[in-house]
Design a binder for this molecule. Structure first.
Ligand code: SAM
Length: 222
């Protein structure tokens, strides 16, 4: 249950040095700017890391053992690359329920990119409210995302894709990015191939649906 989850009362109280021990987050004033929600086994983090080597990237995962696996995987990569210029110091993982505690970890406008890769589909009608994209949650994602920031979604479940598109389209703070934008975006390319779930879909010759949305300015700021 959530009682066992460790989360800060506010983002200022979070000690990021445990997650990024080789980056002096306090003196450099560095903050997480990319979040992978429900990161699973960490494939996206591992490919985004070197592509955005100056940016702190965080995976959030609710399952304890899976989080531990990703943590061990990152430690092994850092060890393996100790002599290299790039050492995977900018990627990290945290156990957390992203549907409840996101604003405890991230301040307003802190994030540049949020990824939802192959989220759990919750097929049954009565389980739809458990989906990671809902009106209420989108307002939270909009809060932690800066203006111009991007929400990335990908799924192999067409019904879930349509659900995410419908809710994002209806939300006043998000605007869908074009197919042309998707085609030239580096992260779309990475997201398409890097996650463990995405690789499974490729092996099974399944389809993948992508939708990306830009965070619009708050109406009161215009
Ligand atoms: N993104 C990964 C990939 O593409 O390989 C994993 C996809 S898997 C189908 C969905 C993941 O989301 C699972 O690892 C699950 O434990 C995690 N998850 C589900 N609900 C969550 C929540 N509320 N907060 C954080 N993670 C969650």
């Amino acid at each position: 249950s959530d009682h066992a989850l460790d989360y800060p009362r506010s983002p200022q109280l979070m000690d990021w040095s445990q997650i990024y021990p080789h980056i002096n987050t306090a003196t450099n004033n560095k903050q997480v700017e990319i979040a992978d929600i429900g990161c699973g086994f960490g494939g996206l983090l591992i490919d985004l890391g070197p592509a955005f080597s100056e940016t702190l990237i965080l995976g959030m995962e609710i399952r304890v053992q899976v989080t531990q696996y990703v943590e061990d995987r990152i430690l092994a990569l850092r060890h393996q690359h100790a002599e290299n210029a790039y050492k995977y110091d900018n990627i990290g993982v945290i156990r957390g329920n992203a549907m409840k505690f996101l604003p405890n970890f991230f301040a307003r406008g802190q994030l540049r990119k949020i990824f939802f890769c192959f989220p759990d589909p919750h097929f049954k009608q009565r389980k739809h409210k458990a989906r990671i994209v809902t009106n209420t949650l989108l307002s939270e994602y909009a809060f932690v995302l800066r203006e111009g920031g991007v929400i990335y979604t990908i799924t192999d479940v067409e019904d879930l894709h349509e659900w995410m598109v419908k809710h994002l389209d209806e939300h006043p703070l998000f605007e869908r990015l074009s197919k042309e934008w998707e085609d030239q975006d580096e992260c779309v390319k990475i997201m398409y191939n890097s996650t463990e779930e995405g690789q499974k879909v490729t092996r099974n010759k399944g389809s993948k649906w992508v939708a990306c949305y830009k965070r619009l300015p708050n109406p009161e700021d215009c």
